[in-house]
Design a protein around this ligand. Structure first.
Ligand code: PLP
Length: 456
């Protein structure tokens, strides 16, 4: 049998990939026609592909490589832990030091009384945990009929049965029998696309009040929780109007509805604070984390749970858990990641250097003829492509056609910038330097120019 390594020709790697590897969110047909780009190594903010081309990763992988690629200390932390205790579980009254240390560290970093952690292997799994946890909470309190979870259209919470159901994405709901029962989706706070003539503030308030209307329609005695991303990521980096979260918070408090904030993308520095709940002044009952928790060096996620919910869940046996809940190697790597974020003052770098520098350059892209708006929150930004700035019009072509052209121009220009429909989005590693931001903006501008020429 041929040994498959980096040294095989790209075409052969692509042939084997298309023949045997089933990819997430990709058609086999696309793989057969073009072949996937083969990424072979990465350092800092740059990827290298099998042709030796260096690409600036404007997405930090899938919004996760917060400390940048290839940190030696992270490899050492994993190796040390594999030698010490490769694996043990945390079921049935056993534990181990990496899980204890990581849970304690997260309790220290998380705001308010979020002092308890239930570990998972990913963001999707953590949201599945949340769904079962909030329903179990109310059942334990003698209100089992309180089982409806309210979420949002165009939200993303993963692609498992629970995560995909909590999310509000039509392509995900169209496959595999989603959403599961008793999950209800209200409108998203996406002013640019749906706000019409309202001001962003009026619209934010109106969209938040859809939560109150839904609670009153079902009856508060049937609603367990509301879940939302602090800033919608996969939906297109949609930064909510300033009025949105305070109103959501008010409504949850008024009707005693649990508030779950999904910080899988926004956690660990992406908005300039450890958690976006601090950025937006939200006081959640549960936070979902993954991605930046380990900077993507190991698969790990979790639910950080407040005292009120944890007291009820800990008082019963919560019949839930994953073989890899709190996996010692993943936990040790996550701890090392948190140490790097803290000791290297990465959040200060975001707040004082990277985010202000990127914001100025990113917002200036709004002057480009193809760009209707350019918004950014910390280190996650979006631009809306439009044929007519004044009316925020959509293209005549099917939604996403122009976005795809732009993404392909970016790729050809050695920049990873993702498209969501006709919005372009970035979420680079937090450690990106001003000089690297200049490269990002230069490549993005060139790609926008080429895209404009292609759609004219
Ligand atoms: N929640 C949010 C906000 C996400 O953006 C994602 C992934 O992009 C998830 C949950 C799912 O995480 P995972 O892919 O680790 O299951």
């Amino acid at each position: 049998m041929t040994t498959i390594t980096n040294h095989l020709p790209t075409a052969e790697l692509q042939r084997l990939d298309a023949a045997h590897h089933m990819h997430p969110f990709t058609t086999g047909d696309a793989l057969n026609k073009k072949g996937a780009r083969v990424i072979t190594k990465a350092r800092g903010v740059f990827l290298t592909d099998s042709e030796g081309i260096e690409i600036l990763d404007g997405m930090a992988g899938l919004w996760c490589v917060n400390i940048g690629y290839g940190r030696e200390e992270m490899a050492e932390a994993a190796a040390r832990q594999i030698r010490e205790l490769t694996y043990y579980n945390t079921f049935f009254q056993t534990t181990h030091v990496p899980a204890i240390a990581l849970a304690a560290k997260l309790a220290e970093l998380a705001p308010g009384d979020l002092n308890h952690v239930f570990f998972a292997g990913s963001g999707s799994e953590a949201n599945d945990t949340n769904l079962r946890m909030v329903r179990t909470y109310w059942a334990q309190k003698g209100q089992p009929e309180r089982n409806i979870v309210i979420a949002r259209k165009n939200g993303y919470h993963g692609s498992t049965m629970g995560g995909g159901s909590l999310g509000g994405m039509a392509p995900i709901h169209s496959q595999g029998g989603l959403p599961i029962p008793n999950i209800h989706h209200i409108g998203q706070p996406h002013w640019y696309a749906e706000g019409g003539d309202m001001s962003p503030e009026e619209f934010g308030l109106q969209r938040a009040q859809e939560l109150e209307a839904a609670i009153l329609e079902f009856g508060p005695e049937r609603v367990a929780a509301f879940i939302g991303e602090a800033v919608q990521g996969a939906g297109g980096v949609i930064i909510p109007p300033s009025t949105y979260w305070p109103e959501i918070q008010r409504i949850c408090k008024k009707y005693d509805i649990l508030l779950i904030v999904d910080e899988v993308i926004t956690g660990f520095g992406r908005t300039g604070n450890w958690f976006a709940c601090e950025t937006f002044g939200i006081e959640p009952d549960i936070i979902t984390v993954a991605k930046g928790l380990s900077s993507g060096y190991q698969p790990i996620g979790g639910s950080i749970v407040g005292d009120k919910v944890a007291a009820v869940i800990n008082a019963c046996e919560f019949n839930h858990g994953y073989t890899y809940s709190g996996h010692p190697v993943a936990a040790a790597v996550a701890l090392e990641n948190l140490r790097i974020l803290e000791e290297e003052k990465v959040l200060d770098h975001v707040r004082e250097v990277a985010a202000p520098y990127l914001k100025a350059k990113w917002e200036a892209l709004a002057d480009h003829p193809l760009v209707g708006e350019a918004k950014i929150c910390g280190m996650m930004g979006s631009i809306a492509l439009t044929p007519d700035k004044a009316s925020r019009a959509k293209f005549a072509s099917e939604e996403g056609t122009v976005g795809l052209i732009c993404r392909e121009r970016c790729f050809a220009n050695s920049l990873v910038m993702r498209h969501v429909g006709d919005r372009m989005i970035i979420s680079p590693p937090l450690v990106i330097t001003p000089a690297e931001i200049d490269i990002l903006i230069e490549r993005a501008t060139k790609s926008l120019d080429e895209c404009l020429a292609a759609v004219k």
